[in-house]
Design a protein around this ligand. Sequence first.
Ligand code: BES
Ligand code: MN
Ligand code: ZN
Length: 479
Amino acid sequence: MNIKVVKDYGKVYDNYVMPKFEKGVVVYEDLEKEAKEILEATIKKENFTGKKGKTISCKVMHKGKLVNITYVGLGKEDELKPYEVIESFYKVLKSVKGDVLINKSSVKISYVVEAINYSQYKFDKYKTEKENKENEENKKEVSFDIFTKKDEDIKEGVVLSESVMITRDLINEPANVIYPETLAKETERLGKKYGFEVEVLDEEKIKELKMESFLAVGRAAEKRPKFIIMRHVGDKENKKDIYGLVGKGLTYDTGGLSLKPSTGMKDMKTDMGGAGTVIGTMCAIARMNLKKNVVAVIPACENSIGGNAYRPGDIIGSMAGKTIEVDNTDAEGRLTLIDGVHYIIKNEGVKEVIDVATLTGAVLVALGSTTTGVLSNNDDMYKQLENASEEIGERVWRLPNFPEYKELYKSKVADLKNSGGRYAGSITAGMFIGEFVGDTPWMHLDIAGTSATSKPYGYYEYGATGQCVRTLYNYYLNK
Ligand code: BES
Ligand code: MN
Ligand code: ZN
């Protein structure tokens, strides 16, 4: 998006957008007398006092041109939450046409920049005829100028929203475009562009590492598995402190031989939502040059069907050496993640690990489609996550990991089975992964409900939301 900083009102814009707090709304001084009167009348008529969620708009003549003036109500300054700034601007900016000047007043400019980018976000690259073609002749590209002091003011907002949109794009891409190999290629491209290291292990290497559980899931697919590793070394003096991230990277989930019904299967192109999230997070961390060491891994594969597929009833191994009875081939995410967490703890030496996954339909039953379900073996980690999520309004909620639940995924013939049945489905799925982290502080984010949406809400369009990128970025920033 075309966003730039301006330090004087050099030109006349099509739109002027101004945030207003609820403390005596003052009319924009620079206007001519008649325009001021119209604006004042509108404020009076609409009884606009700057309340949160309320906006007013009017057309006035300004320096010989008909311009649109919009006031965005933000409520009381000390009660305003950062994500409410994004939401308020998002609503207004979604429908603007032409060029826009935003006068920042006292809101943090990076949130406004985020709102701009999210308001213009569309995944329409496959439409050969773009929408809104009406006034083709006088159609003007929408562009945004922000009146503020320093160019750096917009940097954080640009980086974070672009990272979120990278995640959204990756998730929105269909499975015939994004499969393990292309996901790895795209990660390599982003690593080069934004300055983090990327290493991709192919099947032979994955076999050498004995990731038998991960390999079982990807066995039937024509698209072969890849294991993607990303490293950001921001704190070179302290190489021992490394934080680990693991993303579920099912580029498609048919359910395997425990085949999914067609309803819902088509959404399973989003089953690499965890992978998309950790890639976006690494982009943000690297571009903001966080003084932290973070390693992220993605066991990427496709859960498909075929004569070579793993079967319900099979007993498989894992990199950690534990054996698993395959109860249901549709409970595949956890089988890929256990090798991911074991690898990152043992081979990368991380001191804590977070896995992010579109893991269970059950999390939608428990928490709905706007809250991420969390499990953790460490209270401090969860507290830090909660704090990190508040600024940006991404909802998280912790589920219990009481030991009684372990009964549900005990197997008669192997160390564990990969499904705990219908009851407490999100808990047993998360705890299954927890069985492979030993004493390492660990947290599991089930984003099956939140990573994509079937209808727009907040500052999200239809499709991928990019949720948790901002929260995880904050989490590492505050470490
Ligand atoms: N990828 C799905 C979970 C999912 C469901 C993500 C809906 C996004 C939206 C996962 O692999 C899965 O199939 N889980 C099963 C587990 C069951 C077989 C124990 C589920 O939730 O039904
Ligand atoms: Mn599945
Ligand atoms: Zn899945």
